[in-house]
Design a protein around this ligand. Structure first.
Ligand SMILES: C[S@@+](CC[C@H](N)C(=O)[O-])C[C@H]1O[C@@H](n2cnc3c(N)ncnc32)[C@H](O)[C@@H]1O
Length: 245
């Protein structure tokens, strides 16, 4: 199944838990600099689109495009790997939580570089499974999703981007995979998991095993014991990065 087809299958409830997190948006918008025209690639339902610039969106999933709010930027059907624009058409191109879905992330990033003078990408580096307790202790299958994929460092190198760490606030408003690092009970909620493609990609058996195991550890106090250092943190370094050219 292509990733566009994936979102045509799993995307129906995306906006229940997925929305712009203002502190991450501030970092993305600052990285866009003085760009007036911005292309949002893998735009989904329109999260993180800056309200004060001229935005054009590209998104392959019809189901995701259909959920863009009234007044959202014009959105074309298309994929990152083949952007239907002339060279240097935009001041900047942005991509948020999407490049891990692209069939060829390096080709997609090079396309962004071709059509825009600046590229800003927000993406997770999942190369260290020990960084996040959910992958370390409950869902090691996340490592399988990386097989054959370029690392984030390789992706950054392909477009000459620098990488900046983005700490995730404990009360992150956008329910992506790492968002609930200090709210572990959230992962027991089906609505939360349905907004995170990782669960669909690993499949129902690892999902159910991880959820049962986490529930047991929350009840027994084992999760709290293992992760006692997290409780005092307001933001955590979980491998999320901004790639900026
Ligand atoms: C997790 S959503 C992120 C959406 C939005 N950027 C956000 O921050 O909410 C990932 C999006 O990437 C899109 N996508 C999948 N394959 C793609 C590709 N090859 N090129 C561009 N977008 C793609 C999916 O359809 C989905 O809408």
């Amino acid at each position: 199944m292509s990733s566009a087809q994936l979102y045509d299958t799993i995307g129906a409830t995306y906006t229940v838990t997925r929305r712009t997190e203002p502190r991450i948006a501030a970092r993305i918008w600052a990285a866009l600099g003085d760009a007036r025209t911005v292309l949002n690639v893998g735009a989904g339902t329109g999260s993180y689109e800056p309200p004060d610039r001229d935005v054009t969106a590209v998104e392959p999933s019809a189901l995701m495009r259909a959920q863009r709010p009234p007044g959202a930027a014009f959105c074309l059907a298309g994929t990152a790997e083949s952007l239907p624009f002339e060279d240097q058409s935009f001041d900047a191109a942005m991509a948020v939580c999407t490049a891990h879905h692209w069939a060829d992330p390096i080709a997609g990033l090079r396309e962004m570089r071709r059509v825009a003078r600046r590229v800003v990408v927000f993406q997770g580096d999942t190369s260290d499974p020990d960084r996040f307790w959910l992958t370390r202790d409950y869902l090691p299958e996340v490592a399988d999703l990386r097989v054959g994929r370029p690392s984030l460092t390789e992706q950054a190198r392909a477009i000459g981007a620098r990488m900046e760490p983005v700490l995730i606030p404990w009360d992150c408003a956008d329910g992506f995979f790492e968002a609930y690092w200090r709210r572990p009970e959230a992962y027991l909620d089906d609505h939360v998991r349905r907004g995170i493609s990782v669960w669909a990609r690993v499949g129902p058996e690892p999902e159910q095993r991880a959820v049962h195991s986490l529930r047991d550890d929350l009840v027994s106090g084992r999760w709290a014991e293992r992760n006692r250092d997290l409780v005092a943190l307001d933001a955590a370094e979980l491998g999320l990065r901004l790639l900026v050219t």
